[in-house]
Design a protein around this ligand. Structure first.
Ligand SMILES: NC(=O)c1ccc[n+]([C@@H]2O[C@H](COP(=O)([O-])OP(=O)(O)OC[C@H]3O[C@@H](n4cnc5c(N)ncnc54)[C@H](O)[C@@H]3O)[C@@H](O)[C@H]2O)c1
Length: 379
């Protein structure tokens, strides 16, 4: 109560009044991490966010195209070291084009920055933006190392800006429904979650030189399977220990395993298994969750016939078709969440800690592959 009173005195009365009228459910004493962050209050009150993009490759283009459809965001500038690429995207989305992102940040002075460069550069760009007081949306995986994750979180915390990580699968229909069904408790407690995501080697637009290097991608477990790791953590909670094995069998031009099996023990006591592969000629993406009173099977997450079968012990089963779960386009939805979290001065749905947790689990799995032993978390 004493703390609240002193904060009330500290906060600029205009800001305070605006918060009370704009967001009655916003608790200024519970900013990110449950801690009071006075920095948040030094930001101007906004109804629209000016946004700049760093990285105009495959994902940067998707993010730019989604960003320009948002009512509360204005994409004002884009940057890429590839002059032709940035010029083309800048013209398409009517944004100023820069080949040097630092110059763009200083000239365009956006409120927020979307980071869509390869992950070994996420920390550098995020810290540069945060140091300038800009909010950050960073693509997944958050980074390649835990040190980079920590520097991103620290820089954004210090500046009092939001950091959201693009673990976009949380906004895909089947992933979200699986999580909601388990979280509802109607099937009891989750016991075991299995997910497999299998495909062939990198090719076409995905076969970038940086994708072949462990030091730049974090390997397949980060570049691809951070989605599945985040999904499993979203459903079953934090992970207590990891045991993994893997090898390089087909994608021999990459310096990391192309087929990995990861066993997980969750803090809840539930167990899990992730199979990630880039050496499978017959692709597949699906899984299941067994719970104490029933279970879910989703053998195909995307494409024809995809959906979830929900069953209960001693009861019947029902099929929920994936095409009935389609909502707002997921990349647009995640960006909208980011923009709204900034405008509403609240923590984004997917935080730096969430992104870091996926990096930690993947790092533990690679460590286990090297040592052959169980790796306990936190690292
Ligand atoms: N959410 C998803 O499902 C999803 C899908 C694909 C990629 N991604 C992620 O998005 C990021 C980018 O992947 P991508 O497929 O677009 O890669 P990409 O190689 O197609 O694009 C990366 C771009 O960054 C540019 N770049 C590199 N250094 C730069 C710098 N210093 N300043 C400005 N631009 C620079 C490159 O020129 C390139 O155009 C990665 O982190 C990747 O993991 C996420």
């Amino acid at each position: 109560m004493r703390a609240a009173a002193s904060c009330v005195r500290w906060v600029n009365p205009t800001v305070w009044a605006a918060c009370l009228t704009e967001r009655l459910d916003y608790n200024p004493f519970l900013a990110e991490g449950g801690l009071w962050k006075p920095h948040l209050w030094s930001h101007k009150i906004m109804s629209e966010l000016s946004v700049a993009l760093v990285g105009c490759g495959v994902m940067g283009r998707d993010l730019a195209k989604a960003c320009v459809t948002l009512d509360q965001a204005r994409l004002t500038a884009v940057s890429d070291v590839d002059e032709a690429l940035v010029g083309k995207l800048g013209a398409e989305v009517s944004a100023a084009a820069y080949t040097d992102y630092s110059k763009m940040l200083d000239a365009a002075k956006p409120d927020a920055v979307i980071v869509a460069v390869p992950q070994f550069l996420h920390a550098k760009v995020t810290c540069a933006a945060a140091e300038r007081g800009m909010h950050v949306f960073s693509e997944k995986p958050m980074a390649v190392t835990l040190d980079d994750c920590d520097s991103m979180i620290a820089a954004c915390d210090k500046a009092g800006v939001n950091l959201m990580i693009g673990q976009v699968c949380r906004y895909h229909g089947v992933h979200r429904k699986v999580r909601d069904l388990v979280a509802s408790g109607e099937l009891g407690r989750a016991i075991c979650m299995m997910v497999h995501r299998l495909g062939g080697p990198w090719e076409g637009i995905w076969a970038r030189p940086w994708r072949m290097k462990l030091a730049q991608t974090g390997g397949g477990l980060l570049e691809v399977n951070c989605h599945e790791i985040d999904f499993m953590r979203f459903v079953c909670g934090d992970v207590a220990s990891v045991h993994a094995c893997g090898g390089t069998y087909v994608q021999t031009d990459a310096d990391y395993p192309d087929n990995v099996v990861v066993s997980l023990r969750f803090e809840s006591g539930a167990i899990g298994c992730l199979h990630g592969s880039q050496s499978s000629a017959v692709g597949a993406y699906g899984g299941r969750v067994d719970c104490t009173e029933g279970g879910l099977s989703f053998p195909t997450i995307w494409g024809d016939g995809s959906g979830i079968t929900v069953g209960r012990f001693g009861g019947g089963s029902e099929f929920i078709a994936a095409n009935g779960l389609v909502g707002e386009e997921p990349v647009r939805r995640e960006l909208r969440e980011f923009v709204e979290s900034v405008l509403e001065r609240r923590r984004p749905a997917i935080t730096g800690q969430d992104g870091r947790a996926a990096v930690e689990i993947a790092t533990a799995a690679y460590r286990s592959i090297e040592t052959g032993g169980r790796v306990d978390l936190p690292l």
